[in-house]
Design a protein around this ligand. Sequence first.
Ligand SMILES: Nc1nc2c(c(=O)[nH]1)N=C([C@H](O)[C@H](O)COP(=O)(O)OP(=O)(O)OP(=O)(O)O)CN2
Ligand SMILES: [Zn+2]
Length: 149
Amino acid sequence: MQNCDLITSHPEPRTLLISRSMSFSACHRLHSNFLSDEENKNIFGKCNNPNGHGHNYKVTVTLRGKVDPVTGMVMNLTDLKKYMEESIMVPLDHSNVDKDVPYFRNVVSTVENITVFIWEELRKRIPAGLLYEVCVDETDSNKAVYRGE
Ligand SMILES: Nc1nc2c(c(=O)[nH]1)N=C([C@H](O)[C@H](O)COP(=O)(O)OP(=O)(O)OP(=O)(O)O)CN2
Ligand SMILES: [Zn+2]
């Protein structure tokens, strides 16, 4: 047995988490079509201002899977980059989330719902069972994490 075999040999392929991050900029307004103007103002406060406001969102996508013994990869991170560009950058970057993204026509653009939207978009593209977690930082203080439950 050679030295490199000693390092990598294991009875079964090892299971790891791998992650990639990407940032996008967008504006939004917290507003529910199912509430009155007064209720919207009471619940969402300054974030209900009709002029909207913007964020630089940071999204981290984590996959969980077995390392292919030949390639040494759970998934090629360059492929993950492509899936993230299609799922995050194309629909959301430099958008007015509430007006430009049909999903948010009747869904409030909270960081929770944006995180679920991104999960659903990624799920259409990433091979079954690999997507583990989507984390969206809306500000330095506010974030949401979704694992598909
Ligand atoms: N559960 C949620 N609550 C709030 C969300 C959200 O997405 N989910 N979003 C907002 C606002 O849109 C905004 O993004 C953050 O508001 P806030 O934390 O009040 O931001 P500040 O600029 O005041 O940040 P400071 O940390 O106070 O500087 C609100 N709530
Ligand atoms: Zn906001």
